[in-house]
Ligand binder design. Structure first.
Ligand code: NAD
Length: 471
């Protein structure tokens, strides 16, 4: 056994030497090709990472948190972090579960459950969205809060990571019920949020109106505090460009990887799952500014496909009239799972997590995936995409435009100063393009995929901040 280990070690060393030698002799042009191949395909796993599923055994469902921990473990092994530091950084700092009683319009009492998880604040106050969805549970909120820690570190803005949510279908609530629920939730988490503590923002099924109620409720106890939440309406101290920011960031991410892979965006067909805040702004910017062809879009009710292209304006008018993209004139009806497996160049999941998994990753026909949603790809799917040489631009970089402009909003609120739209867009451009280069450089240095490169970059920054502050 020991001899076998030694042999494996020697073979490993030999391989490393051969690689290093080959590297020093490779001519420049071939080198660039090799690098491209490596970034798109390599995906090395440490022994501490979750084992891949044995297909002959019944599958234990992979949770959102399993996926984040899996990627964390690979990055931590590459950085050779000590077990103690690893444990400290990976464990959420604080988890709050709150009971939310609200009186419904019919006079009945309804009790819902909400969560706020603060994952890590080594680099700055906790930051992350609030989600209203029936599937919200502690595992999901933990995973999303952890993703926020890595996201804020990847784009190097001075925040940590947090997330919150309520297990509820807001579609079943009246506007009055939604407001009462938001106010009682804010009261219950009031003790742990604040401009220097934890700053919520919108996420799935929450918006600028929900943020207005949160800001108002918090301000009743603490005095006017616009910096307690971001994603507010401009009238209440929201930033110009915040609403479109995540979508704009996704488009910048796509433009940067397209440049790297020498793909002409004007000749690409793009499918987008989800037509809410992120999906619709992504579709608009791709169609109206980038001149790219969006061939399919979808929402919770289903999707539509037109190989000649779907114009954003028409789709938006149809949604305003009917509440869904389904039934759009000139486009064929498809299901959400058909959209994910559509023949197209680029796939942009912009809805919920866990959409690309071990069972459908083999059927994805897109040549490039940009993760606008949080956690849309499980680690099984990641392995499959790496094997099929389909690059995945990871969520913790690709959808970081939203939190970046939230940072601008927070900074403007603290200074009581307004930026105009063009300044917001220019600053967002700077951060997204620099972060793309940082992620690629790290992935190249460690010979890993973009996702693991992004995790290594982020984890290194969080680990350094933790050590500097002292434990
Ligand atoms: P949203 O509520 O505005 O839109 C969600 C969209 O997904 C809607 O079109 C909805 O119909 C659709 N959808 C819901 N369930 C679906 C299902 N089962 N199948 C297909 N489509 C479904 O939410 P959003 O703010 O656009 O967020 C979308 C994703 O982007 C989430 O994963 C979120 O965490 C992530 N994200 C959002 C922001 C932000 O600034 N809002 C920032 C970063 C990441």
């Amino acid at each position: 056994m020991a001899r076998e280990k030694k042999r494996t070690k020697q073979v490993g060393k030999k391989k490393q030497l051969t690689r290093a030698r080959a590297k020093s002799k490779t001519p420049k042009k071939t080198k660039k090709k090799v690098l491209k191949k490596k970034i798109l395909a390599s995906h090395s796993r440490p022994s501490s990472a979750q084992p891949l599923r044995n297909l002959s055994q019944p599958a234990k469902p992979i949770t959102a948190y399993d996926v984040v921990l899996h990627n964390f473990d690979i990055a931590a092994a590459k950085l050779q972090l000590s077990d103690e530091l690893k444990q400290l950084i990976k464990t959420p700092d604080r988890e709050l579960r709150v009971e939310l009683p609200i009186i419904m319009d019919d006079g009945k009492l309804n009790t819902l459950i909400g969560y706020r998880v603060q994952h890590n604040n080594a680099r700055g106050p906790n930051k992350g969205g609030i989600r209203y969805h029936p599937q919200v549970d502690l595992d999901e909120v933990r995973a999303l809060s952890s993703l926020m820690t890595w996201k804020t570190a990847v784009v190097d803005i001075p925040f940590g990571g947090a997330k919150g949510g309520i297990a509820v279908d807001p579609g079943q609530l009246s506007q009055g019920e939604l407001e009462r629920l938001t106010r009682v939730f804010t009261q219950k988490i009031d003790c742990i949020i604040g401009p220097a503590e934890d700053i919520p923002a919108p996420d799935v099924n929450t918006n600028a109106q929900v943020m207005s109620w949160m800001m108002d409720q918090y301000s009743r106890r603490h005095g006017h505090t616009s910096a307690v939440v971001t994603g507010k309406p401009v009238e209440l101290g929201g930033s110009a460009g915040r609403e479109e920011a995540t979508g704009r960031g996704v488009c910048i991410a796509l433009r940067e990887i397209a440049k790297f892979l020498k793909i002409d965006l004007k000749k690409t067909s793009i499918a987008i799952q989800g037509f809410g805040n992120v999906g619709s702004h992504t579709a608009r910017i791709l169609d109206e500014e980038f001149g790219a062809k969006v061939v399919a879009v979808s929402d919770v009710k289903g999707g539509v496909y037109n190989p000649r292209g779907i114009r954003f304006k028409g789709a938006m008018e149809h949604v305003a009239e009917t509440g869904s993209v389904v039934g759009l004139k000139g486009a064929a009806k498809i299901s959400n799972s058909e959209l994910l497996e559509l023949k197209c160049d680029v796939l942009i999941p912009a809805a919920l997590g866990g959409q690309l998994h071990g069972k459908n990753a083999d059927h994805v026909k897109a040549k490039l995936i940009i993760e606008a949603a949080n956690g849309p790809t499980t680690y099984e799917a990641d392995e499959i995409f790496a094997g099929r040489k389909i690059p995945v631009v990871p969520d913790i970089y690709a959808n970081a435009g939203g939190v970046t402009v939230s940072y601008f909003e927070w900074a403007q609120n603290l200074q009581q100063f307004r930026w105009d739209y063009s300044r917001v867009v220019a600053e967002l451009e700077k951060i997204m393009t620099k972060s793309f280069a940082d992620v690629m450089k790290t992935a190249e240095k460690h010979n890993v995929t973009m996702r693991i490169g992004a995790y290594i970059l982020a984890l290194d920054r969080v680990a350094k901040a933790t050590k500097l502050r002292g434990i």
